[in-house]
Design a protein around this ligand. Structure first.
Ligand SMILES: CC(=O)N[C@H]1[C@@H](OP(=O)(O)OP(=O)(O)OC[C@H]2O[C@@H](n3ccc(=O)[nH]c3=O)[C@H](O)[C@@H]2O)O[C@H](CO)[C@H](O)[C@@H]1O
Ligand SMILES: [Mn+2]
Length: 370
């Protein structure tokens, strides 16, 4: 048996100890470096604190969080709601307010109705963040005719005082009207192929939203809203609508029983929602959120839509059906009431005291390609 001399033992002990120290030092400096990167990105508040998704302090998930955060580009400037000192505003109440509508979902997401928010407070908080809101509108074929009123009324009511980049997807770039925009607001025209099926135009929006976020919008905006073009703004539509993942309750079904919601009911479709499930019926005409949350949603709806196409099935309401399926199992963090998505033809409702955005009455045959 080979034996160690005392000198050799001491030598190997030193080498092992040295190695261990070296490994520890590497690990420690890497962890410090990660913390500095996080700090530089504004993701942690001090160089020794790290917080999980719920804002709770977390000392264990540094590497994981770094990976997740870097890959999801969370805009840190939208995290904290900092109110400037000295602002005078109406005292909020917890015992009086609107009682005719519900303003929170069972999963604790706010539902935005008139009178539940204070724009003085919200604007004081959001103005300091210097955010940009990307806004996508598709105007293919004759739908370019809706752009003028859409943009004109948006400049009057939509995110007024904030930076807005309108991304207009069209097959007729020459017909995009010239509308004067307020400072900090821009139009970007993106040429897309024409289609002779309106169902395809409507549904392919998901794919284009996903790919345009990846190729063009990422790094240039904090939030995104995706809106139908055949609509006009009629009243304030501001930062109260911003959130991580924002869905809008469809005006046609806000008081409808669950079993009568027009979800896709065929189990063969990837948009299938079984009877007994689902919360609300959401409109495909207004949705939004943080760029990465909307990107993920758009990608999943697009994949499911494409899988359906490959199986020879088209969901009842195209991408709107897939959107409803997504929101059923991936709960939106904020819901907009039908004030934010009305239809001119719908008349008045006692719950909707103010109409902010509404689809214009149109003769479909005059505008759609099929
Ligand atoms: C209020 C609401 O939730 N509306 C939804 C509803 O019908 P709508 O009847 O509102 O559908 P629509 O004809 O407005 O089409 C949706 C959008 O696709 C674009 N487009 C459509 C056709 C065309 O030739 N050119 C063009 O650019 C345009 O941006 C339009 O706003 O159902 C659609 C899917 O079936 C979409 O989910 C809509 O968002
Ligand atoms: Mn529409």
């Amino acid at each position: 048996m080979l034996g160690f001399t005392p000198n050799m033992k001491l030598y190997s002990l030193c080498v092992t100890g040295g190695l261990l120290l070296f490994v520890y030092a590497c690990f420690y400096s890497e962890s410090i470096r990660k913390r500095h990167v996080l700090h530089d990105l504004g993701i942690i508040n001090s160089k020794s604190d790290i917080f999980n998704d719920n804002g709770a302090k977390d000392n264990t998930t540094c590497g994981l969080l770094l990976l997740r955060t870097l890959s999801s580009h969370h805009p840190s400037k939208t995290r904290n709601k900092v109110l400037p000192q000295g602002l005078l505003y109406k005292k909020p109440s917890v015992v009086s307010g609107r009682t005719d509508v519900v303003s929170v979902t069972p999963w604790m997401a706010p539902i935005v109705w008139d009178q539940v928010f204070d724009s003085v407070v919200l604007d004081s908080i959001y103005k300091q963040m210097d955010i940009t809101i990307a806004t996508t509108v598709f105007a293919l074929g004759k739908y370019v005719l809706f752009l003028k009123d859409f943009l004109h009324t948006a400049e009057k009511h939509y995110m007024v005082g904030y930076k807005v980049d309108y991304y207009i997807f069209t097959d007729r770039p020459g017909d995009v009207p010239n509308v004067t925009l307020a400072e900090g607001r821009r139009v970007r025209v993106l040429k897309v192929p024409s289609s002779n099926r309106w169902q395809e135009i409507s549904a392919r929006r998901m794919e284009m939203i996903q790919t345009t976020i990846e190729s063009t919008i990422r790094g240039h905006a904090d939030y995104i809203f995706c809106l139908d073009v055949d609509s006009k703004f009629h009243a304030h539509f501001g930062v109260e609508a911003l959130g991580r993942l924002v869905a809008t309750i469809h005006p046609g079904y806000y008081a409808t029983e669950r079993e009568s919601l027009p979800y896709e009911r065929r189990p063969e479709s990837r948009a299938y929602i079984p009877f007994g499930e689902g919360d609300f019926y959401y409109g495909g005409a207004v949705f939004g959120g943080l760029l990465e949350d909307v990107r993920t949603m758009a990608e999943i709806c697009r994949r499911n839509f494409e899988a359906d196409t490959a199986n020879g099935i088209e969901a009842a309401w195209q991408e709107e059906s897939h959107l409803n399926r997504y929101f059923t199992y991936n709960k939106p963090s904020k819901l907009l009431s039908p004030e934010y998505l009305w239809q001119d033809v719908a008349g008045w409702s006692k719950h909707v005291k103010i109409i902010r955005f509404s689809g214009v009455a149109k003769n479909y045959a005059d505008f759609r390609p099929n």
